[in-house]
Design a protein around this ligand. Structure first.
Ligand code: AMP
Ligand code: MG
Length: 487
């Protein structure tokens, strides 16, 4: 276990030089205080969890203090936003403080979001509000606990600093961690600004640090792009299987590592709805729940375009062709497991699609359905779940098909079925209304709810005593919350 001043830095991105990032100091928050910290994220830095409660913790992550070895930098990138190219973006309200490596030799970027203005702030104030910082913190850690790759969050620091959005709010910072903060948009930036040398430098950097095994391949850059395609196909399969809607899948929000990145108006589905749009500014539904699948491919094509100086167009196209089949295989595998199946049959895809259509038409809660399906034998579970469906004849027909399929799958006891299904079907997910309750309490200075919710979501598959209220469908007020984009 380490104390805060014992972190070891190795600032590899900063060493790329001024064409990649600009030195900027964090702008401190007034009266910084700990809102919530993640013990699991602290463990990744070998930090003793007790240090979160010390004043220096809030000072460090509230922008007042810096380690001597930190080199805060605002990174430059660009990206396709809602389909159109924006030539220059960058860390407008966040700084890469530095890269820390732990005792296991893993490197973690420390990125302080809400750290004030940078050369890339455009019209913004460089700040983040408490509301959005809490949402990012909870989502990062909850996704990780579900087994969905994501950037992590070490803590949220609240403050008295006034920040104007639709109304006056309070500034906050969230300390984000990831093995890299490089986005598709980094490659696009150097491609469209026609800086081949820097682009090659960036490609070498990513290859050496994050895809070193690709060095052994005859075409290392192509091998790396293939892996990026694979990781994104796997990631999006997980989003779809667990009902996560990102909301702003612009290429500047897509990680080169295939992890969930840059949280805005995201949401987990309550009722299953393939057409769900969590971002209220997304009038066309470009980033609706079901569109995440083709958009994943669209974004990879945008990255492929930026890699044309290194890889032939034919090879890029071939690699892009891996995306859909890989997505489908991963998705179907997850959905089979969610249904309690251990074998594969040709009709499984259709079994899943039929179920989702029925759930869509009846507005069935996506998370609770699968959890309850595993509570007892297939026959008893479908008999109990039947009441949630409007189209009873349709459901009965599906239930017959499902029961027969379960029977063919193999013989196992109710306990075995439950253990296997509960291990993949969470009881607790970050429903928007739960986050909202925690935010309202935190805005009035009570951080107990955000801490409790974080705790519950860190073990989503385990039924926790006295936490029934976190495993319910949303109340009426919590069903269609408009999550503001002004974060
Ligand atoms: P996002 O929608 O969070 O992915 O942000 C898109 C771009 O806007 C990024 O370059 C951000 O750094 C920038 N940005 C978002 N909010 C602010 C803000 N409050 N101040 C400065 N820049 C911001
Ligand atoms: Mg972003």
């Amino acid at each position: 276990m380490k104390a805060l001043d014992e972190l070891t830095f190795d600032n590899r991105f900063a060493r790329l030089g001024d064409a990649f990032s600009t030195h900027v100091l964090p702008e401190p928050l007034d009266v910084p205080r700990l809102v919530v910290a993640s013990e699991a994220a602290m463990a990744l830095l070998d930090l003793d969890p007790a240090v979160a409660e010390t004043p220096v913790f809030a000072e460090l992550f509230g922008g007042h203090k810096l380690w001597a070895e930190a080199e805060p930098r605002a990174m430059v990138y660009s990206g396709h936003q809602f389909g159109g190219y924006t030539p220059q973006l960058g860390d407008g309200r966040g700084l890469l403080l530095g890269e820390v490596y732990n005792q296991a030799g893993e490197h973690w970027d420390l990125h302080l979001k809400g750290a004030g203005m940078t050369p890339y702030s455009r019209m913004g104030d460089g700040r983040a509000v408490l509301r959005s910082s809490i949402r990012e913190f909870l989502a990062s850690e909850a996704l990780h606990a579900l087994g969905i790759p994501s950037s992590r969050a070490l803590c949220v620091i609240g403050s008295d600093t006034p920040v104007w959005r639709e109304k006056q709010e309070r500034g906050a910072m969230v300390l984000r961690m990831a093995p890299s903060h490089i986005r598709f948009g980094h490659f696009e930036y150097f491609y469209y600004t026609k800086k081949p040398e820097q682009q090659a430098q960036l490609a070498e950097h990513v290859l050496n640090l994050h895809y070193p095994e690709c060095r052994e391949q005859p075409e290392p850059y192509l091998a790396m792009f293939r892996q990026i395609v694979e990781r994104n196909a796997e990631l999006i399969a997980k989003w779809q299987a667990y009902g996560f809607c990102h909301g702003v899948m612009n290429t500047d929000n897509m990680s080169i590592l295939g992890i969930t990145f840059d949280f805005g108006p995201f949401a987990f589905l309550d009722d299953f709805d393939a057409h769900f749009i969590c971002n209220h500014s997304d009038h066309e539904g470009r980033y609706s729940f079901s569109n995440q699948v083709p958009i994943g491919q669209w974004n990879l094509s945008a990255l492929a375009q930026a890699l044309t100086p290194f890889i032939s167009v034919d090879a890029l196209k071939e690699a892009l062709g891996l995306y859909l089949p890989l997505y489908q295989a991963n998705y179907l595998d997850l959905m089979r497991r969610r249904l309690g199946l251990t074998t594969a049959e040709d009709d499984d895809q259709q079994l899943v699609e039929r179920l989702l259509k029925l759930m869509q038409n009846s507005g069935v809660d996506y998370t609770l359905f699968f959890r309850r399906l595993g509570d007892e034998s297939a026959a008893l579970a479908v008999a109990r779940l039947r009441d949630d469906f409007v189209d009873l004849a349709g459901f009965d027909a599906w239930a017959e098909q499902y029961k027969a399929r379960v029977e063919r799958d193999g013989e196992y006891s109710e306990e075995q079925r439950r253990a296997r299904m509960h291990a993949v079907n969470p009881l607790y997910i970050l429903r928007n209304y739960l986050a909202q309750n925690a935010i309202v309490a935190a805005e009035s200075g009570d951080y107990s709810e955000v801490r409790r919710l974080h705790e519950v979501l860190s073990r989503p598959f385990e039924e926790q005593a006295g936490m029934e209220q976190y495993a319910q469908r949303p109340p009426d007020w919590g069903k269609h919350l408009e999550i503001s984009c002004s974060s």
